[in-house]
Design a binder for this molecule. Sequence first.
Ligand code: PLP
Length: 410
Amino acid sequence: MEFQTKLIHGNWQGDDKTGATNVPIYYSNAFAHQSAKELENIFIGRDAGYVYSRIANPSVEVFEKRIAAIEGGVAAVATASGMSAIYLTLMNLLKPGDEIISSSGVFGGTYNLLKNLQDYHIHVKFLDNLDAAVLKHEVSEKTKVVFAETIGNPKLDVLDIEAVGEVCREQSIIFIVDATITPPYLIKPIEYGADIVIHSTSKYINGNSNAIGGIVVDGGSKKYSEDKFTGFKHYTKRFGRFAFTAKLRNEIGKDIGAVMSPMNSFLNLVGIETLALRMRAHCENAVKLAEYLSQHPKVTEVNYPLLKTSKYYSIAQKYYSKGASALITCRLGSKQNAFDFIDHLKLISNLVNIGDAQTLVVHPASTICVNNTQEEKVQMGVFEDLVRISVGIEDYKDILEDIDQALKCL
Ligand SMILES: *Cc1c(COP(=O)(O)O)cnc(C)c1O
């Protein structure tokens, strides 16, 4: 199947019993079985089947399989949020004494989560510039995980996935890529060497901002060696390339229970059918708006990876031939200007979200990053005069008109 067809038909082609074309929403906590033996067999993994929705649910499973199919992974686990997807992934891999190397340009919530893991003696090293040369220099025996976003939110730094993946391959380090900003229509990081791909499905995958959720896509890595990842011992033997997912489902996933609800899976499956169409429209509007803003006298700096003036232009061209998503940041000279600009917008909403059909703005320094120190904000590419725009799929003329009139008020 081609990509767009997979979005609609991948891994599930209608309900056999009723002919329903949309996935039935199985709102059932538990699933009954004919005999005690049958239930035992499911519990010990001899037979496939459902027992309890904290462990698996048929509606959620359709969403998981569809994402695995479109990302090119061997399996996927849907979670209650993007943050829980990140937390479960890290906890599935790490033990006290281990080290994570992360880009400092990651999402504010992720930055704080990583920082807080230090309370559990998991050490975190943030790198302002996560490239292969720097990484080679920084890795140690304790480094188990490298974490980065395809395009950082809101720093908009572009990751050289292939080069970083190569270092991780040589050193048997698990390479986790948060691809929330760049869903599979734009890029499939597993093809470039990512071991695990994470999405906050709350953003572009859902597309309409009506369901918080996350997903962990397992690339089927063979790196989980017994000596380096001691907890994987039985899983690699028994499950081979599914070891990561098997362990996550059987241990931390089950222990924490941060599952996606059947309703949210349904909303995401409806949303994802139009992912490619939406991403084309998002990217088309974003390029035009970035070019317009870069010419505007009241805007002192514009960041968008596919602007010719961006320092990430050549790398963005390599990875994002279909578009570099639809986040733009711009600096307006002062915090007051940033606030005035936001306050004068009429069509565009001021809120902390991205990836919606609607165009959205936010002032990251006083919201998402309000609890970070000045030094951390700079590392994250956040300044007092910086505004982030998540460009929607409205007609470009209307987006432009609103931004133009708000800039005139400065
Ligand atoms: C929003 C976001 C998250 C967190 O996802 P939630 O669904 O809000 O928990 C993680 N990473 C990135 C890049 C995000 O934009």
